[in-house]
Write a protein that binds this ligand. Structure first.
Ligand SMILES: O=C(O)[C@H](O)[C@H](O)COP(=O)(O)O
Ligand SMILES: [Mg+2]
Length: 299
């Protein structure tokens, strides 16, 4: 059963128990460009208490450098080495886990941040923000020449997804049985400042349906991102807590990694999903309304 945090003593105990705090971003620190009330103060409190603060987002629309600019714009202290996104994890996965040969290319359904992380890892990309792929002109297969060098299709949140991109990705995956089908993450929805929108999982869903198979999903709850974090930061899983808003990504990611988990209710998950009447089988260690509740630990 999740421990519902409410008193200053509850939050103080959490502060004493955990040295490393992993924060999900969308729905925990912000919704779109709107900061969650108190988030900046609480991050400041944790840093003053000499806690390690890391950011772990499934949002593949931005590279780590882009996220650093977003943090700066929102006046939230963050260092690029503290930021881990599924775009970065996907680049590491392709280069270091499946070790895609350098002569192979990746067809991308995704945005510039994803392309940037892949290209920084030395991976040649097709699709993505290429104007030839960002068109509503009907796709005509006889006018298109498949690039045989494509060895993987990677899907991330793409707010410009279209039939041309889906068709090219589909062709790459049915014509070459060795072409890897990858997704940065499979979040069903995306919490913006003005409400829910379809998430990255809804972008790859047409391909899953047309192909009759699922992609390898690299983001939370998969362990790839935690492996990326371990490669850069020393931390004790027993004294590390993952703070998230989605049970089947953030909380499961924490549990898979042997971390403590704190669910906040400022994003996707609603209280009844944890407390009943029909609770999820994924049960966080702790639950609180907002990360802002930890302000009581200030100044
Ligand atoms: O659709 C998506 O990609 C996700 O909703 C979104 O970007 C999740 O980001 P996170 O909550 O992991 O920061
Ligand atoms: Mg989130």
């Amino acid at each position: 059963m999740a421990v519902q945090l409410s008193s200053k003593e509850d939050y103080t105990n959490l502060l004493d128990k955990y040295d490393t705090w992993l924060f999900d971003c969308d729905g925990v620190l912000w919704e779109g460009d709107r900061l969650i009330d108190g988030a900046t103060e609480v991050l400041g409190i944790l840093r003053r208490q000499k806690k390690s603060v890391l950011f772990v987002t499934n949002n593949a629309t931005k590279s780590r450098k882009n996220y650093k600019k977003k943090f700066d714009k929102l006046s939230v202290e963050a260092h690029v080495d503290e930021i881990f996104g599924s775009a970065f994890a996907a680049a590491v996965y392709i280069s270091s886990v499946i070790k895609l040969p350098k002569e192979k290319k990746v067809y991308v359904i995704g945005m510039s941040g994803l392309e940037e992380e892949l290209q920084e890892e030395g991976i040649v990309t097709l699709g993505g923000t290429d104007p030839a792929d960002n068109t509503l002109t009907p796709f005509d297969l006889k006018d298109w020449e498949r690039d045989p060098a494509v060895g993987a299709v990677l899907c991330g949140l793409d707010t410009s997804v279209n039939y041309t991109k889906l068709s090219k990705a589909f062709q790459y995956l049915i014509k070459d049985p060795n072409c890897a089908f990858l997704a940065t993450n499979e979040d069903s929805t995306y919490p913006t400042a003005d409400g829910l929108l379809p998430g990255a999982g809804a972008v790859s869903a047409p391909l899953r349906f047309a192909l009759g198979k699922d992609p390898v999903s690299i983001g939370k709850p998969a362990g790839t991102m935690l492996e990326c974090i371990k490669a850069k930061h020393d931390f004790d899983p027993a004294r590390t807590i993952m703070v998230g808003d989605r049970l089947n990504t953030d909380i499961l990611f924490g549990q898979n990694g042997g971390l403590a988990t704190l669910l906040v209710l400022t994003g996707i998950t609603k209280e009844w999903e944890v407390l009943g009447p029909n609770p999820s089988p994924i049960v966080p260690d702790y639950i609180t309304n907002s990360i802002g509740d930890l302000r009581c630990l200030g100044p």
